[in-house]
Design a binder for this molecule. Structure first.
Ligand code: ZN
Length: 462
């Protein structure tokens, strides 16, 4: 108890010292303003005079991590009002910095955030506290495989699964069962997350008192077309944070709990949904499955099978391999040739052509289209294209096919990476939008990624 009290006293003393320093710094900043005769009463504008606070000695013993943040805030305050008057002249084409599209891409493509939401976040200011310097991180930079999983996991007491493909989830769970390790498994996508503590207690396969494994909960993998990665579906950053913190909490509980042969708590699946009320739900899980392929007496998965590479997790989970029936070369155009076509010369015929000479259909989802797009393109989301079944009759004609049928101009289809665009070209032809082969429909090879790398390097990469 004495140590707790003295630790708390110490913390309070540190905070008070920091607060004192900050007050002193604020007083100094205000004093400088008065000196310039330009004091501005608004609370948030601490330094509107032209003196650069970075040039002034304002350390006053304030810890470095605070000082840098305070200076950056002061500098923003100082430059913000003037920036507005010159913005029209030098307004960049895209509202976010180039690298921000990449950094925030996964939440930018979520309808709940989008470009507007990200811009609001960008304007916000948040103070982050220092990370624990006593933690040693040992990165394993190679990809986890059945051959390496056992030897890698052996060195650890507990495993936390933060991966995002079913194949890796089954592999991680199987390895934990084989090595008698508890697994804290969490996942997150868009605004949702789920978490469970598996193989807890981690008793040998066949012992019914052991906790269920991933295969007990999900004996069969989901159909590959239903699996969406965070890169494609988006993810709200704090959702990962919530799941990560919960995982850390469970890890602490498992690691500090005395080894036991009976479950401390009945196994459960915790579901989180950021936009639901309440945000958390819990589903009770059954105990180990009598015929589980990993943790029952009927287990067929062994360390030898894993290490020999004879278990193919990717095949078990199925994968959406590239189309067996790709588009013909004449149905495809490179981004470079397409750019040429827009600027004047048709690379196919040599005749003069302009961007009005054809239709450019962008099949990314709406929120991604709104983020950035090629001038003049039309948005028909791929989800809408995929949901359109068979050749439609005139009566049930969908809006997008009706719109495209109103013109006879050639159609070029573009997407993010050049896969969905190929599927769309085929679909459009199935739906008869090519007027029996009289109208050109093709895709831009490599999609907007190729457009960015070969035509417009300023095009945002999210
Ligand atoms: Zn199992």
């Amino acid at each position: 108890m004495t140590s707790v009290i003295s630790a708390l006293r110490k913390q309070i003393a540190t905070c008070e010292a920091t607060l004192k320093d900050l007050r002193q710094q604020l007083a100094e900043a205000e004093h400088n303003q008065r000196e310039q005769g330009k004091i501005v009463p608004q609370k948030r504008r601490l330094a509107t005079d032209p003196v650069n606070p970075m040039d002034h000695d304002m350390n006053f013993g304030v810890p470095d991590q605070f000082r840098d943040e305070i200076f950056s805030i002061l500098q923003q305050e100082q430059t913000a009002p003037d920036a507005a008057s010159t913005v029209a002249e030098d307004a960049p084409k895209w509202p976010l910095e180039k690298n921000e599209y990449k950094r925030y891409g996964r939440q930018l493509i979520m309808p709940e955030i989008g470009l507007k939401g990200q811009l609001r976040l960008k304007d916000a200011r948040v103070l982050i506290t220092r990370l624990n310097p006593n933690v040693t991180l040992v990165p394993h930079t190679s990809r986890l495989s059945p051959e390496t999983a056992v030897s890698t996991f052996k060195q650890y007491d507990l495993v936390l699964d933060c991966t995002d493909t079913p194949a890796s989830r089954y592999l991680i769970s199987d390895t934990c069962v084989l090595l008698g390790k508890t697994l804290v498994s969490a996942s997150a996508l868009r605004i949702d997350g789920q978490m469970m503590v598996l193989n807890n207690p981690p008793l040998p396969a066949g012992d019914p008192n052991g906790g269920p494994c991933y295969r007990c909960v999900f004996p069969k993998p989901p159909p590959p077309e239903s699996v969406v990665s965070c890169g494609d579906g988006g993810i709200l950053g704090p959702v990962v944070g919530v799941m990560g913190v919960l995982q850390a909490l469970e890890a602490i509980k498992v690691l500090t709990h005395k080894p036991t042969t009976t479950p401390a708590d009945p196994p459960s699946l915790l579901l989180f949904s950021a936009y639901s009320n309440p945000m958390f739900r819990s589903i009770r899980l059954r105990s180990r499955k009598a015929k589980c392929a990993a943790c029952s007496t009927h287990a067929t998965i062994s360390a030898e099978a894993l290490e020999s590479g004879s278990l193919d997790y990717v095949q078990f989970c199925g994968s959406l391999l590239p189309d067996n029936n790709p588009l013909a070369p004449e149905e495809r155009i490179s981004a470079k040739n397409y750019a040429q076509l827009r600027s004047g010369v048709n690379p196919f015929t040599g005749t003069v052509s302009k961007k009005e000479s054809h239709l450019l259909v962008d099949v990314r989802e709406k929120v991604q289209f709104e983020l950035c797009n090629i001038d003049g393109s039309i948005n028909v989301p791929f989800s809408t294209v995929s949901a359109t079944r068979g050749p439609t009759s005139a009566v049930e004609e969908k809006d997008w096919t009706k719109m495209l049928r109103q013109s006879e101009k050639p159609i070029f289809v573009v997407c993010r990476l050049g896969n969905d665009s190929q599927v769309t070209v085929k679909k459009m032809k199935e739906l008869g939008l090519d007027a029996g082969g009289k109208r050109y429909i093709g895709d831009i090879k490599g999609g907007l990624q190729a457009w960015r790398s070969t035509v417009d390097t300023e095009f945002p990469d999210y």
